[in-house]
Design a binder for this molecule. Structure first.
Ligand code: PBG
Ligand code: ZN
Length: 315
């Protein structure tokens, strides 16, 4: 009986519908390349992608966040806004084969630039304004391919406005923008940069990502992005920034998404592999923590495993 009462008074729940699974799609053939620092996560070429998407759908996960890994990188990140680039191709494949999968396309240049920065670079400086049309072109290309949501993660100033205008002009007024508004310059992205081969070749991202010391600045970034037309907001990383999630939820009446990033995933996997923690328990506790902080949706590399555990709990 106590168990029933505990269930009834439980304040927060993790639901499989709220999980978003990040997927790395690589140009090439017959690729299923494990990411060393992220056990269980691989890069897939288009011909192998359906294996992972079948697992996603079978697990009951209904949304994916796509990242592209081009065969060639150049200073301008051309692969990001090529209509036949890896992401438009992946999106078209999903549209053809998977009826019930929500496709969120990450928009950034860093996976496509030879220098690994999120924007154009001249003489060691990031060119904010010159980058905006490229981000807008990428967004339109992904929308045209059939993406449901556009998620810019570059952190250039005024990019949400540029993307909104471009989408509207191209006839995609209905496509929402999920903005990485509160994105901190974090050590927790390390494993992702292995996965996307996108570590900056010089310097770091501190000129455009936020200082981990600043919580109030995050709110200003959110306000700015909402004013420019963002429909939903991502806070990232998640674990060390629970206060930021909570503050955004209190201040703004929009859906807030927690991004449980690569380094958070890697730490859990490493400790679990050593038998130092109970993986299932820790993962579910982290996910529940994001919900308690007020997040609506959760982007997590644990999505498929978590979905399996949630299903077991229901039985
Ligand atoms: C690209 C991007 C990054 C992440 C999401 N989009 C990397 C970065 O900014 O260096 C990180 C995701 C993760 O660590 O899981 N701008
Ligand atoms: Zn980037």
């Amino acid at each position: 009986m106590n168990g029933i009462l505990r269930d009834m008074v439980r304040e927060n729940h993790v639901r499989v519908d709220e999980l978003i699974y990040p997927v790395f799609v690589a140009e090439g053939e017959n690729i299923c390349r494990p990411v060393k620092s992220m056990p269980g996560i691989c890069q897939y070429s288009l011909d192998r992608l359906p294996e992972e998407l079948d697992r996603t759908v079978d697990a009951g996960v209904r949304a994916v966040l796509l990242f592209g890994i081009p065969a060639h990188k150049d200073p301008k990140g051309s692969g990001a806004y090529d209509e036949d680039g890896i992401i438009p191709q992946a999106v078209r494949l999903i549209r053809e084969r998977y009826e019930d999968l929500l496709v969120i396309a990450d928009v950034c240049l860093c996976e496509y630039t030879s220098h690994g920065h999120c924007g154009l670079v001249r003489e060691g400086e990031i060119l904010n304004d010159e980058t905006l049309p490229l981000l807008a072109a990428a967004s339109v290309a992904y929308a045209r391919a059939g993406a449901d949501i556009i998620a810019p993660s570059d952190m250039m100033d005024r990019r949400v406005a540029a993307i909104r205008t471009a989408l509207d002009r191209a006839g995609f007024v209905h496509i929402p923008i999920l903005s990485y508004a509160a994105k901190f310059a974090s050590g927790y992205y390390g494993p992702f940069r292995d996965a996307a081969q996108s570590a900056p070749g010089f310097g770091d991202r501190r000129t455009y990502q936020m200082d981990p010391a600043n919580g109030r600045e995050a709110l200003r970034e959110v306000e700015q992005d909402l004013a420019e037309g963002a429909d939903m907001i991502i806070a990232k990383p998640a674990l060390a920034y629970m206060d930021v999630i909570r503050e955004i939820v209190y201040h703004y009446n929009v859906p807030v998404v927690a991004y449980n990033v690569s380094g958070e995933y890697a730490m859990v996997k490493a400790a679990a592999a050593n038998g130092w923690i109970d993986e299932r328990r820790i993962v579910m506790e982290n996910l529940l923590g994001f919900k308690r902080a007020g997040a609506g949706m959760i982007i997590t590399y644990h999505a498929l495993e978590a979905a399996g555990w949630l299903q077991e709990e229901r039985r």
